[in-house]
Write a protein that binds this ligand. Structure first.
Ligand SMILES: [Fe+2]
Ligand SMILES: [Fe+2]
Length: 333
């Protein structure tokens, strides 16, 4: 196997499963062990770490390490004092108002931010679940209906932690309120919450100590390959408008990779699988990212470590939204 593209890596990685025999994989793709080792090395470059370990019968199988992804762009410079370090947190798709929302998990992320001393959280859209008058099943899937109830919930219940500012964009679900009656969260949240700042509908930009970060909430479904649509998005950006970091919400998927020198992160949701996703057979990743960024004085990233936090099945509360009293608002003064 000669040159291997990100697309091919995605495909091969998708085929590898935990506990799958490596012989089965090598046979399927007609490759040698040496070539397999090369593929695993290429996978690790794209932030996908996989080990080969013996199973109980002594057969060699794959074991994916999906907890943490590292990019060592220029690690030796980190401690020389010339680089600027920013630690931020990224969340997305809270869908407040949906019976599947998981406010207690958002609270856990903000508590972790507090303990880590993080003071910037970016939210990549679909803050609320919205209102779809042409979907008759919609009201049964929500415990908060309409703009007032959902916007009020954000104002009242979104975690409020001393020292943390949340910068957010609005996504496809938030926009339904505008389409229905020109009501916008962008008007009301910042009026009521000084710790929450609006960056834009669908897309927004923020510069953190010279590092340009773009937040994007596209529409439409997800392509088979997780990186395909983000790559297309980066390709259409003119070089002077290219961000250093591109954060993408909406897909409820978790994935981090580098493309054309842009650090790209698909940000998972903080809402359990919806009826729509269930019917469509779509997966739903629940979690967040902590980003550790080292940049030079020009805002160029020298080291980037996206730490993926994924919640497990037992962390998820079933239809928690229906019982408003189950979750207290997180306030740290
Ligand atoms: Fe969403
Ligand atoms: Fe969305």
């Amino acid at each position: 196997m000669s040159e291997i593209s990100a697309e091919q890596i995605n495909k091969l990685y998708g085929y590898m499963k935990n506990n799958m025999s490596i012989n089965k994989f090598m046979k399927k793709f007609e490759i040698s062990r040496r070539e397999l080792d090369g593929i695993l090395l290429a996978c690790s470059v794209y932030g996908k770490d996989i080990e080969i370990v013996p199973n109980q019968e002594g057969k060699l199988v794959f074991k994916k390490k999906t907890k943490q992804v590292l990019y060592h762009l220029n690690k030796q410079n980190i401690h020389d004092g010339k680089l600027i370090n920013n630690k931020i947190c990224v969340v997305s798709d809270t869908h407040f108002g949906s019976i599947h929302n998981q406010l207690h998990l958002l609270n856990r992320i903000y508590k972790e931010c507090y303990h880590r001393g993080i003071n910037i959280v970016l939210h990549v859209g679909d803050m609320v679940d919205g209102n779809y008058p042409n979907r008759p099943e919609n009201p049964r899937q929500q415990f908060l209906h309409g703009f007032d109830e959902q916007a009020g919930y954000v104002v009242d219940m979104y975690p409020r932690v001393n020292g943390i500012t949340t910068y957010y964009i609005l996504g496809s679900h938030d926009e339904t309120h505008y389409k229905n009656g020109q009501a916008t969260l962008s008007e009301w949240i910042p009026r009521c919450r000084k710790d929450m700042k609006y960056l834009g509908q669908d897309t927004g930009e923020i510069n953190i100590n010279g590092v340009k970060i773009v937040l994007d909430h596209p529409g439409g479904g997800c392509a088979q390959s997780l990186s395909y649509k983000p790559q297309k998005r980066i390709e259409v950006l003119e070089s002077q408008h290219k961000p250093k970091i591109l954060l993408i919400g909406h897909y409820h998927k978790s994935y981090a990779f580098t493309y054309r020198n842009v650090q790209c992160v698909l940000v998972p949701s903080l809402c359990d699988k919806t009826q729509f996703q269930q019917k469509q057979g779509l997966s739903n990743a629940l979690g967040a990212y902590f980003l550790d960024i080292y940049s030079d004085y020009r805002g160029n990233i020298q080291y980037f470590e996206p730490e993926e936090i994924l919640f497990k099945k037992e962390d998820i509360w079933d239809e928690v939204g229906k019982d408003k009293n189950k979750v207290n608002k997180l306030v740290i003064k």
